[in-house]
Design a protein around this ligand. Structure first.
Ligand code: NAD
Length: 333
């Protein structure tokens, strides 16, 4: 039986890294049929909208999508496609598996952290207004329901992956009501998982601890804004955005995407590192239950990184995007 997956190539380097990921995932043997739809700059030109309804509809229908980065036009009144997709499909968990890879430069070794970020509320609920001419107010929304839901996601992930500890990041010492509710809600969920250690850190101290001894952390669970910042910080601990995969998971669907943006400066030059997109595809394979195929891709990636013959310039090599993908396919056998 084939599984239909929506592929959104995206803008800038998106089409290059999407093609690379599509080829690698197909070569893994997973029976995936791709439904390719455009969003972003291409559809602004055609439909006047970066996220036309038919794109949302295909993701709703197929329930799983692999998405390239999309440029957010500055000051043109379009809402970020990424934020709209997350909202419309209720993709409440943003999840990044971040670990050191062979020969990927980093100041640290032994990092293997999953950042679980609440994706629907907090200051990103987008409720803000001017108060007169010279003041602005943005409202931070935290609910028990969304906090428990993300907490449960983090603990279920820990159980599924055999991970040992969940650390809750917050600022409940100052934001006693909102972050206090986030902390209390997740602590109450933790009682259902006695085999998994639950601890919490104030988010500023968490930043310091992460750059001092990152190996002490396993799963981090955070509200939206801190999660946004910390997930890039942890990507930096393992070699940067070029190697950071991501996933947005909801109750009835999931969109997998690299953490990086559309990198317009290098678009069309065959310079983009396809790894983050390929590793997002690996997360997708695991989500779909294709664990053997996911492992095959991971092995191919590790071999290519280990040999260093076919790696992109950002990793210190001179291979092009598609050349690196082809080498991963060869190494998967
Ligand atoms: P960016 O991630 O596109 O680029 C940051 C730096 O990293 C640049 O130097 C770029 O060349 C480099 N880089 C990024 N990905 C790379 C890759 N795969 N291989 C090699 N080098 C890579 O971030 P930005 O410049 O802040 O954003 C550019 C555009 O992307 C903006 O319009 C932004 O809104 C959008 N964006 C989209 C997403 C998304 O769709 N998920 C995420 C972030 C940014």
């Amino acid at each position: 039986m084939t599984i239909k997956v929506t592929l959104i190539p995206g803008d800038g380097i998106g089409p290059e890294v999407s093609t690379a990921a599509q080829n690698v995932i197909t070569a893994s043997g997973a029976p995936i049929e791709w439904e390719v739809v455009q969003a972003g700059e291409a559809t602004i030109a055609q439909y006047g909208n970066p996220l036309p309804d038919h794109v949302i509809e295909t993701v709703r229908r197929n329930k799983v999508a692999l998405k390239g980065p999309i440029t957010t036009p500055v000051g043109k009144g379009f809402r970020s496609v990424n934020v709209s997709l997350r909202k419309q499909l209720q993709l409440y968990a943003n999840v990044r598996h971040l670990r050191n890879l062979p020969n990927v430069d980093s100041r640290y070794q032994g990092v293997d952290i999953v950042v679980v970020r609440e994706n629907t509320e907090d200051l990103y609920a987008g409720i803000e207004h001017m108060v007169g001419q010279n003041a602005a107010e943005s409202i931070k929304i935290i609910t028990r329901e969304a906090s428990e839901r993300i907490g449960r996601y983090a603990f279920e992930l820990a159980r599924r992956e055999g991970r040992k500890k969940v650390t809750i990041g917050h600022k409940a010492n100052i934001l006693k009501l909102s972050d206090g509710l986030f902390l209390e809600s997740i602590r109450s969920v933790a009682r259902d998982y006695p085999e998994i250690e639950c601890e919490d850190r104030i988010v500023d101290a968490l930043c310091m601890n992460l750059v001092q001894i990152p190996e002490q952390f396993d799963i981090l669970v955070l509200p939206n804004l801190y999660g946004d910042i910390i997930s890039d910080l942890v990507a930096g601990l393992v070699g940067g955005l070029g190697v950071a995969p991501g996933a947005n998971i909801g109750e009835s669907g999931a969109v997998f995407e690299a953490a990086h943006g559309s990198a317009p400066q290098i678009a069309g030059k065959n310079l983009a590192n396809p790894l983050a997109m390929i590793l997002s595809g690996v997360e997708m394979l695991k989500y779909l239950g294709y664990d053997k195929e996911a492992e095959r891709v991971e092995k191919g990636v590790e071999r290519v990184l280990g040999q260093r013959d076919y790696i992109t310039p950002d990793l210190g090599g001179s291979a092009g995007t598609q050349e690196m993908a082809a080498a991963i396919i060869d190494a998967m056998a």
